[in-house]
Design a protein around this ligand. Structure first.
Ligand code: MN
Length: 411
């Protein structure tokens, strides 16, 4: 039996159990407010402050006046822990939060969510060996799928923060240049190979100074928490532009994040081993302990007005490079990071076709259409399609989930 009982109703299989307590920004009276999700409810942290609930916690609660979480996150790991502990106690006993519940707690259902943080910089890695191998075969069929550096470097590129949007924001089909392998010259038009990328991303929780690398031992102290990340990708634009400098307009027209940031503390029980890295990595990338996480992932597609079909079931544990390695590598040259920066995993693919994290992999480059429940098929996205990504951890009766990351394609 779960010893942490709470007076708040939590539906069975809710992602937002008392073990989770994720942070997000929601709209109340047309103002973005910070909140913690629990069951089908939200604890309004700004309202709690006004009611004097956090007076004993020893941090400047004016951070909750902000319309993003950056200032709260910047208070540091001790403050995140203290607030988590306080909320856990308040939710499992009838104290001040219970007394003021009518003012401090609102329904989560149909509440509009906003961007949880101001993202300064965004980096996308390429850390799933299955995805990198599959894409290598599709983009460079005549050479080795993995480039020689892949097992030595957590490969990544600097993306664009301006086009990262909150779940529910429509995604406009991008236009651009592309060139079919058989065509003599490039042409301009709407992307015909619009795809998803099933990813997760972490939010930086502690800034660094320029010139000061983060060691692999300290790397996780710089991570506040994680979200689901859909890195929408136009494969036709990408294929023509990516040599020699990598992704550009095929990627920067939009990426979607889930609204609730699940903290590293909440993810702690779900640590797991990673795949053995061969050959051995250089010393600054060597780590001890379990640095991967067992997070179930699911991608569903729903045509306009139609029922959804699950097209992929994967797991974050398939990552070859872990978050600590990514951050140690990212900063080893002295590159600084700031609170609110977002680091995405790269597409997370498992070993078989049911667990691939992109449509280009599932459809083998567009050659094998996937079957939808309405009798139609898909190779790439059509206008009106809605993609929903879900993620959750489950172990010993505890469920800690991320909710949903949703986006619909518009012409
Ligand atoms: Mn990506």
């Amino acid at each position: 039996k779960d010893k942490m009982n709470t007076w708040i109703h939590i539906p069975q299989n809710s992602d937002f159990s008392i073990h989770n307590l994720p942070y997000g920004m929601f709209m109340r009276d047309n103002i973005p407010r910070p909140g913690v999700a629990i069951g089908d409810s939200i604890i309004d942290l700004h309202a709690c402050c006004k009611l004097g609930l956090f007076a004993e916690l020893g941090f400047d609660t004016s951070v909750f006046e902000s319309t993003v979480l950056n200032e709260f996150i910047d208070c540091g790991k001790d403050v995140w822990s203290r607030l988590r502990e306080y909320l856990t106690v308040q939710l499992s006993s009838e104290g001040a939060l219970y007394e003021f519940r009518e003012k401090a707690i609102i329904t989560r259902l149909n509440t509009q969510m906003c961007m949880p943080v101001k993202i300064g910089d965004y980096t996308d890695f390429y850390s799933s060996i299955e995805h990198a191998s599959n894409l290598g075969k599709l983009f460079r069929p005549d050479s080795e799928p993995l480039l020689p550096n892949w097992r030595h470097i957590p490969v990544g590129y600097h993306g664009r923060a301006s086009s990262i949007v909150i779940s529910g924001t429509p995604i406009t089909r991008p236009s651009g240049q592309s060139k079919a392998p058989t065509a003599d010259a490039p042409s301009f038009g709407k992307s015909k190979r619009l795809d998803i990328e099933l990813e997760m991303a972490y939010i930086i929780g502690k800034s660094t100074q320029l010139g000061k690398p983060i060691s692999i031992e300290n790397a996780e102290d710089h991570i506040f928490g994680k979200v689901i990340f859909n890195d929408w990708s136009a494969r036709d634009i990408q294929a023509w532009e990516y040599v020699p400098l990598g992704p550009f307009l095929g990627k920067n027209f939009g990426s979607t994040i889930s609204p609730w940031i699940v903290t590293m503390e909440a993810l702690e029980p779900f640590r797991c081993e990673s795949i053995k890295q061969e050959p051995a990595v250089l010393p600054y990338l060597q780590f001890t302990g379990n640095k991967n996480f067992d997070i179930n992932l699911e991608v569903a597609i729903a045509p306009e007005g139609g029922e959804e079909t699950v097209i992929s079931e994967s797991n974050f544990k398939y990552m070859y490079w872990n978050m600590a390695q990514q951050l140690a590598h990212h900063t080893v040259n002295g590159c600084n990071v700031n609170v609110g920066d977002l680091m995405a995993s790269g597409t997370i693919s498992g070993r078989d076709q049911n667990s691939y994290g992109s449509m280009i992999e599932i459809s083998q480059g567009g050659k094998e259409p996937m079957q939808l429940k309405n009798g139609k098929t898909r190779t790439f996205l059509e206008d009106g399609d809605t993609i929903t990504i879900r993620a959750f951890c489950q172990k010993d009766g505890k469920r800690v989930g991320f909710g949903e990351c949703v986006g619909t394609i518009t012409p």
